[in-house]
Write a protein that binds this ligand. Sequence first.
Ligand code: NAP
Length: 286
Amino acid sequence: MIGPSGTTRLAGVIGDPVRHSLSPALHNAAFAHLGLDWTYLAFEVPAGGGADAVAAMRALGIEGLSVTMPHKAEVAEACDELSPAAAMLGAVNCVRRSGDRLIGENTDGVGFVNSLRSQAGIEFAGMHAVVLGAGGAARAVVVALVSEGASVTIVNRSVERAMQAAELGKQAASAAGLGSSMSVMVGAPGAVREADLVVNATPLGMHGTDPMPAPPELLGRGQIVVDLVYMPAQTPILEAADEAGAQILNGTGMLLFQAAEQFKMWTGRAAPIRAMGAAVGLDIAG
Ligand code: NAP
């Protein structure tokens, strides 16, 4: 394909900051691999501009939008309809078209689960996870883990937000028919010692001066430690977990698999996961 033409279909990501985003590389690799006449751009949209961006999607016939910080909640308000996951989380990370209607979706949870399955062969049922953080990403991960049959302890700086995340987890358990048999609770950092799976869903580790999101001396062999941060590729907590003999994964896999779900929704085609992974330095069988 030579380049965009009058028939090229457009998708993109809105966020601020967004210039560092790997999403254009992921989606454009997928379009190129399948020979689709589509292109994907990054749009720097300042806080408060999410609803305008959705209106622009409608006006310009943009086929799909990925949504990142700080717009996920605002875009949820601006869509015509929300998927069950987006409605439960009150956050949209993907907008797709259905005829004239714009549907808000949230693919973070399924992206997290699929990445761990694909990259580490994890089965979640019966597993005990500790999720560090209670923001948008943490809530998506908590809901996804509980829906897969894992029990979850949430550890967060603000206990009130941790309790809100736990409440969402309980709703997810009930929606999945797991009812009160499922354990979703708020805990202290010491809970990390007993976890099978530890997920850092805070931004701590992005900057060299950040404190550790959990006590690294509690990590060890037999655990899987996942950091949703992917820049840098190896955060201090992942380094400590690796040294302690735990299995480690950074956030690139979640990014890839949540993008793959978006790609499927927009194009109706299976995502070429291997080509997308290669575009962000991941060797994924598929
Ligand atoms: P968010 O909604 O702003 O939530 C941030 C969470 O981190 C909150 O629980 C917050 O605690 C906690 N936190 C922030 N600074 C802290 C500090 N100095 N000490 C202790 N706790 C702190 O952010 P988000 O959207 O959930 O994103 C969280 C991370 O996940 C980001 O690094 C983001 O890039 C990453 N992420 C990755 C992917 C992926 O595909 N790999 C997808 C989504 C997000 P309080 O509640 O106490 O404020």
